[in-house]
Design a protein around this ligand. Structure first.
Ligand SMILES: [Zn+2]
Length: 145
């Protein structure tokens, strides 16, 4: 499905609620930047956000902009809408994307027919605005189909 098809259900779709732990992520997404935590002590990137570095337990973590490039690690195609809010979105792809910096990110793959998505396909981030507060990072193939 396309990012535009997701946008059509934006008014009904349940959206994330930013909090103290995730606020910087959503602020960056609104600015069409992808950021993930990086440890200032050992340089390790991780995602989801945590209070301590999972590599060295340092609390010196900093939201850091990443390249937005990665590859499809795994995916599934959703054919049955999990709620009426997604009824016009199906079929769509939920994927784990392995970022170039290492961590995995759960996301949607857009800009390609769901049955054309492949494991290890190079993808890049795109941003889909759903509300004044929430813009979701999604991924599309680097090579247009
Ligand atoms: Zn660390």
């Amino acid at each position: 499905m396309t990012a535009q098809a997701f946008a059509r259900v934006a008014s009904e779709r349940p959206l994330p609620v930013p909090d103290a732990a995730t606020g910087p992520y959503w602020q960056a997404a609104r600015e069409e930047r992808l950021v993930i935590p990086r440890c200032d002590d050992c340089g390790h990137y991780h995602f989801y956000p945590r209070t301590l570095c999972p590599q060295c337990s340092s609390p010196a973590l900093k939201w850091t902009q990443v390249s937005g490039h990665g590859a499809v690690y795994s995916f599934t195609v959703i054919y049955r809408a999990p709620s009426p809010a997604f009824s016009t979105a199906v079929p769509y792809v939920i994927a784990a994307v392995k970022l170039a910096e290492g961590p995995h990110l759960m996301t949607n793959i857009v800009g390609i027919a769901p049955d054309a998505v492949r494991i290890a396909m190079p993808v890049q981030v795109v941003f889909q605005k759903f509300s004044g507060e929430i813009t979701l990072p999604m991924f599309e193939p680097v090579e247009k189909q």
